[in-house]
Design a protein around this ligand. Structure first.
Ligand code: NAP
Ligand code: ZN
Ligand code: ZN
Length: 362
């Protein structure tokens, strides 16, 4: 057994606190990773606070993990001790269903869907009967050590700073996957709604694909910073006159707003046959005026993280295009304060935990 230190919440109302627990030694096809860095995704906060109604406690989040392999099982062929590796949102899937066989594990249709890096299977055992993974809960990357099957490891390319690679594993792939799926290409006009951790990555990735990018934000100061980061235009969502000039402008729109919100002001901005993908809110949304959707054969869609292959692709894409998220490195002891800043929109643009601070703690 491996003695591990982590930070976890014991219930929806309490802050994260240090815990000690044990992980199993790696099996024949598993690796033991020393966690170096872990990004702080807004999903971590939703999960800790049980905002999706499916949290299993203790809840130990973290799914933007970069670490160093320190030990491998006897049959491992894809990693060696010393390798710099990543672990994203998934640590297993059923591997048999049609989406899994097609390389889209993030849409696994197995009886318990995919196994999340924290909070157990995407369909928890309590809700789906017997759990095919034999694990009701999983503990994520706010911890010193992780044990994962080699099949769900990502390679961190040389040329990306390890701390900056971490957010690519969720924020990066969650925005890259829909950009690719809806075939965003050079010259397209696209919009990003909500400029936080996902928005920052979406802007950089879309610019690298050659798109003309407009950012819609609720924060006055982000108008300038979005432009400085590369946005061709940045607009305050509350400025109704400004919104009016975007009618039928966009080939693709991506909303990263982290809660129920009204898409109706944005739908008329889609061109004929164009799609607005909401990745931010994973909950019931405000009613849509379907006349606006039908009128120009527009589409409203969703998208969930990305596949393993897409995660590797976006890591390699970021290395090739020299794209990194804007991050602020924090010690684990600042995690609860960091959550408050994410919720109030005060982060620019992603916190990443330096896990050395946890290893060094008493
Ligand atoms: P974040 O850093 O908090 O960014 C969200 C941004 O949305 C904020 O910076 C803010 O940007 C804007 N915003 C916040 N509240 C708003 C409101 N009430 N109305 C309008 N805009 C608002 O969060 P994140 O880490 O990027 O994650 C965003 C969401 O994506 C979270 O809900 C997370 O759970 C979800 N997510 C989904 C997937 C998936 O697979 N679908 C994967 C990862 C994350 P401005 O200041 O620019 O307005
Ligand atoms: Zn995430
Ligand atoms: Zn499957």
């Amino acid at each position: 057994m491996i003695d591990v230190k982590g930070w976890a919440a014991q219930d929806a109302k309490s802050p994260l606190k240090p815990i000690r627990f044990q992980r199993q030694d790696p099996g024949p096809k598993e690796v033991h990773i020393q966690v170096l860095f872990c990004g702080v995704c807004h999903s971590d906060i939703h999960q800790v606070k049980d905002e999706w109604g499916n949290t299993i406690y203790p809840c130990l989040p973290g799914h933007e993990i970069v670490g160093r392999v320190i030990r491998t099982g006897a049959q491992v062929t894809k990693a060696r001790p010393g390798d710099l590796v990543g672990v994203g949102c998934m640590i297993d899937s059923c591997r048999q269903c049609e989406p899994c066989r097609a390389g889209e594990e993030n849409y696994c249709e197995g009886p318990n869907s995919w196994l999340a890096t924290y909070n157990g299977p995407m369909v928890p055992a309590a809700k789906a009967g017997k759990n095919t993974y034999g694990r009701d809960n999983t503990y994520g990357g706010y911890s010193t050590d992780l044990v994962v099957t080699e099949d769900f490891l990502l390679r961190i390319p040389a040329g990306i700073e390890p701390a900056k690679a971490a957010p690519i594993l969720c924020a990066g792939v969650t925005t890259f996957s829909p950009l690719k799926h809806w075939r965003v290409k050079a010259g397209d006009h696209i919009a990003i709604i909500g400029f936080g951790g996902l928005g920052d990555m979406a802007l950089k990735l879309a610019k690298a694909l050659g798109a003309h990018v407009t950012v819609f934000t609720t924060s006055q100061d982000k108008i300038d910073s979005a432009r400085a980061i590369g946005a061709d235009d940045a607009v305050l969502e509350t400025d109704k006159d400004a919104l009016a000039r975007f009618t039928a402008r966009f080939d693709f729109m991506l909303s990263t707003v982290p809660q129920k919100h009204d898409l109706n002001p944005f739908v008329p901005m889609l061109k004929r046959d164009a799609t607005l993908v909401a990745v931010g809110a994973l909950e019931p949304m405000a009613e849509i005026n379907h006349m606006q959707v039908a009128a120009h054969r527009r589409r409203i869609a969703g998208s969930l993280i990305g596949s393993l292959a897409e995660t590797q692709e976006v890591l390699d894409f970021c290395a090739a295009h020299q794209i990194t998220p804007d991050i602020e490195l924090i010690p684990i002891a600042r995690i609860n304060e960091a959550y408050e800043h994410v919720e109030s929109g005060d982060v620019r643009y992603r916190y990443v935990i330096d896990m050395e601070s946890l290893r060094a703690a008493a």
